[in-house]
Design a protein around this ligand. Structure first.
Ligand code: CMC
Length: 368
């Protein structure tokens, strides 16, 4: 049943990119179950599938990876803009500004391209790593062409070649988070592109939407919640107090999923292997089942389960990602989905122009 607030149930576009079945807990990318792809593919292969509509041959994959890694270096003017931003700027704001500064300047016909999609996707980890290291007083690390997108991101942040287990876990998260139908940030980007605006402007809108705590900002809140709970004994009292105050538990609930979020399930499996004997992870599993029970008690019938962000927090923590980089890291992965949607929008464009229902006062003289 369609609802006016939050456009719930409203179909805004047809897409060949992904299907989210919230009742069955199913996420499909171009005919493949995302949770299978997350365990079997590299991030580049999954990106190829979304952008081109099919899996690459070995030769295509090699060419694609070479092209991609050749686009990672930050232009000098983008570095200069980043350096001008105040220290207290959040990373998502830095990212939004840097993507603006990286806008392709070729004016003329409106032609959002796969080349543009690849270029912006390649730049995002470089922007984050450059800013992160500069803010920490460290020398920025140049991209390593020998490493794939995920490993190179960790390499540029730390200056060290990451552990294969970390790359595998983060790759699974990246693939599971790369695309998710008509979510708020994707919709924001498609709306901007539908005016025949450029890809950089559409991506800035998407980044702005992603920044909010109800969308991409949840995983760092999950870590704060678990750190505040600290022990199993404190968990029930802490959660009940939040729910008594009418607050939301971060990492729970979803507009579409009314059963387990398949992304959360897949990440839990992945993280169990990486975090065996980790007390924090044990607490996370305990809090998940307790909170699900309490949410059912406080909000009966609302079907509130863990969403992807809950176990994303565990994966990101396990690979030593600083919590200030959780939402930006979600953005690194979602760039592929966003740009694939922008290309799809460009291919069948009609400007988005919904209506509103006026519920304000009328002039006394007006005829109704
Ligand atoms: N904790 C407690 N209560 C909740 C929660 C929660 N996390 N989520 C929803 N509810 C309650 C809400 O208070 C409302 O209760 P009532 O009917 O008594 O007013 C009911 O469930 C329905 O909520 P809603 O606001 O209509 O749900 P929505 O579809 O508009 O919101 C959501 C979806 C994801 C924004 C929401 O569940 C939420 O705020 N979750 C916490 C933030 C979070 O984890 N965000 C990450 C989402 S996954 C990443 C992505 O795909 O964007």
């Amino acid at each position: 049943m369609a609802s006016v607030t939050g456009l719930e149930g409203i179909v805004a576009a047809e897409t060949e990119l992904s299907m989210v079945d919230g009742e069955k807990g199913l996420l499909i990318y171009r005919g493949y179950e995302a949770k299978r792809l997350a365990l079997e593919l590299s991030y580049e292969e999954a990106a190829y599938l979304l952008w081109y509509g099919q899996l690459p041959t070995e030769e295509q994959l090699v060419d694609f990876c070479v092209k991609w890694s050749g686009l990672r270096a930050l232009p000098a003017e983008v570095k200069a803009v980043i350096d001008l931003l105040p220290q207290e700027f959040e990373m998502m704001s830095v990212l939004r500004t840097a993507i603006s500064a990286a806008e392709e300047t070729n004016r003329g016909t409106w032609s959002p391209s796969l080349e543009g999609a690849l270029r912006y996707t390649a730049l995002v980890p470089s922007i984050i790593a450059y800013r992160y290291r500069r803010s920490a007083g460290l020398e920025p690390v140049e991209p390593n062409p020998q490493l794939g997108h995920v490993a190179n991101y960790l390499f540029m942040l730390t200056g060290e070649v990451p552990l294969p287990a970390h790359v595998k876990a983060l790759t699974a998260y990246f693939i599971l988070a790369m695309e998710h139908g008509m979510n708020a940030s994707t919709f924001a980007g498609r709306v901007v592109l539908s005016t025949q605006s450029d890809m950089a402007s559409a991506l800035c809108a998407a980044i702005g939407a992603m920044k909010g705590p109800l969308h991409g900002g949840a995983p760092s809140e999950v870590v704060h919640m678990l750190d505040a709970i600290a022990t199993k004994e404190r968990a029930e009292g802490w959660l009940r107090q939040r729910l008594d105050e009418g607050q939301r538990l971060m990492g729970f609930g979803h507009r579409v999923y009314k059963t387990f979020d398949p992304r959360a399930e897949a990440l839990r499996e992945m993280i169990i292997r990486l975090s065996a004997d980790d007390a924090w992870f044990e607490l996370a599993v305990y809090v998940e089942s307790l909170a699900t029970r309490l949410l059912d008690e406080y909000k009966p019938g609302r079907k509130l389960y863990t969403n992807v962000e809950f176990y994303a927090a565990a994966v990101l923590r396990a690979v030593n990602m600083p919590s200030a980089l959780f939402t930006p890291t979600f953005t690194v992965s979602r760039m592929v989905g966003w740009t694939a949607h922008l290309l799809e929008q460009a291919g069948c464009n009609r400007i988005f122009r919904p209506q509103s229902i006026y519920i304000g006062a009328m002039p006394e003289t007006a005829e109704v």
